[in-house]
Design a binder for this molecule. Structure first.
Ligand SMILES: Cc1cc2nc3c(=O)[nH]c(=O)nc-3n(C[C@H](O)[C@H](O)[C@H](O)COP(=O)(O)OP(=O)(O)OC[C@H]3O[C@@H](n4cnc5c(N)ncnc54)[C@H](O)[C@@H]3O)c2cc1C
Length: 380
């Protein structure tokens, strides 16, 4: 039997795990990732007020691959024959998929080798939230909005102020979704201050002590300030290659087949948050990319050149599910007419969001994908 083509996957996030798993029995797969466990980001928000979820959402990589191998390490350099890890180990590959994702402030995401640092930061913030009387959340994107909803549901005695730069949460999506989320937040007693920013708070900052100064000079008398200002793409590995360019959002530009350096390294592909795929930096965005990358790599491994295959087409309009606590929420459905309304209507929108995401935040799905046992304490 001919030996299998070697696939090296850099980064065990949503893209890396899914593609590695799908090709495990087709190619000779090696997945390189610094952490010993996958951290399921959507659940890290609720886990701050429901600590059992922290264990359920920390999923060891042991069960992911049956035939391929998982290597704990950090890739330091890419070259035409494979990669070099930080400790100097060389790993050969025929194809390399870079999926190094993005970073977010602790304790929502981490790529640190020592997972205890992440878990300690999570428990510490959970304790601070339990003691706080007034919490200000800066940023009304999906993380800030969900965080406000989760804390307000679990701690109705705490005053919560959410700072939104636009007129509603999630201003980049249809206004109907933003209005529906505003309605849910108000029902939970969250105060939303719109059209303001917090000049002292930047993306990547960890939790701060209050009070919080706003752009109009007003102070919010919070004792705890939680920044939720978005993810930062992790592009260091690819940026080190001379032909690689970043777009305005700091993501790596690729060709139509998701290759960041087709001239120098034609067997190098990229996906997920760090790549300018045309999709948003969301897991939902990656759901179109992983079947595409799998199909392309499978055909390439059989000898079909990548640039003779079908180019990647991103989501024209992706759905967006935003739980506001375990029971409420709203969903943007890219469907025509009345069907689209259902996701934001009071009642049906809450039920739809709860049944699709709010109930278990996909913990069950990702535990199954990583071959982990069902977590008894989780609703997954
Ligand atoms: C709190 C929070 C909640 C979220 N909730 C949702 C949600 O509900 N729905 C949704 O659609 N999106 C959500 N997102 C966004 C989602 O998490 C990202 O879109 C997703 O993680 C991107 O996946 P990825 O595979 O590109 O990279 P990542 O998941 O970021 O994974 C990248 C991996 O690469 C590893 N890595 C980095 N550098 C190296 C290296 N040099 N060598 C080896 N490995 C390396 C890292 O350790 C990491 O494991 C949320 C984000 C946050 C922060």
């Amino acid at each position: 039997m001919a030996s299998r083509q070697k696939l090296l996957v850099v980064g065990g996030g949503y893209v890396g795990c899914d593609v590695a798993r799908r090709l495990d029995q087709v190619m000779d797969v090696t997945l390189v990732e610094p952490k010993p466990a996958f951290l399921h980001a959507p659940a890290m928000i609720r886990a701050l007020v429901e600590p059992d979820l922290l264990t359920a959402a920390t999923i060891p990589y042991d069960g992911l691959l049956r035939e391929g191998r998982f290597v704990r390490g950090r890739v330091a350099a890419l070259h035409s024959k494979g990669v070099t890890l930080e400790d100097g180990t060389e790993i050969a590959s025929d194809f390399t998929l870079v999926a190094t994702g993005s970073s977010y402030n602790l304790p929502f995401k981490s790529s640190a080798e020592d997972i205890e640092v992440f878990l300690d930061a999570h428990r510490t913030l959970s304790d601070r939230i339990a003691q706080a009387r007034h919490i200000a959340i800066v940023g009304a994107g999906p993380v800030g909005t969900e965080l406000a909803g989760e804390i307000a549901t679990a701690r109705p005695d705490v005053q919560i102020t959410l700072i939104a730069a636009g007129p509603n949460p999630m201003p980049d999506l249809p206004e109907r979704l933003g209005r529906a989320l505003m309605n849910r937040l108000h029902r939970l007693g969250v105060k939303v201050i719109t059209h303001r920013t917090a000049p002292g708070i930047a993306a990547g900052m960890d939790a701060q002590d209050g009070p919080l100064g706003l752009s109009d000079g007003q102070d919010v008398a919070a004792d705890l300030v939680l920044p939720a200002l978005g993810a930062i793409p992790c592009t260091d590995l690819l940026s080190a290659l001379p032909s690689v360019r970043l777009d305005g959002a700091g993501r790596v530009v690729t060709d139509a087949w998701l290759r960041p350096a087709p001239g120098a390294l034609p067997g190098l592909l990229a996906g997920g948050d760090m790549a300018a795929t045309g999709d948003a930096m969301t897991i939902v965005g990656t759901l179109r990319q992983t079947p595409y990358l799998t199909k392309t790599l499978r055909a390439a491994a059989k000898g079909k050149p990548i640039d003779t295959q079908t180019p990647y087409r991103p989501w024209r309009e992706a759905p967006m599910l935003v739980p506001v606590g375990p029971r409420l929420g709203a969903t943007h459905l890219p469907l025509p007419g009345l069907l689209a309304l259902a996701g934001t209507m009071r009642g049906p929108g809450d039920t739809l969001t709860r049944l699709t995401k709010g109930r278990d935040l996909f913990v069950g799905k990702y535990r199954r994908l990583l071959g982990a046992q069902r977590f008894k304490g989780s609703r997954g």
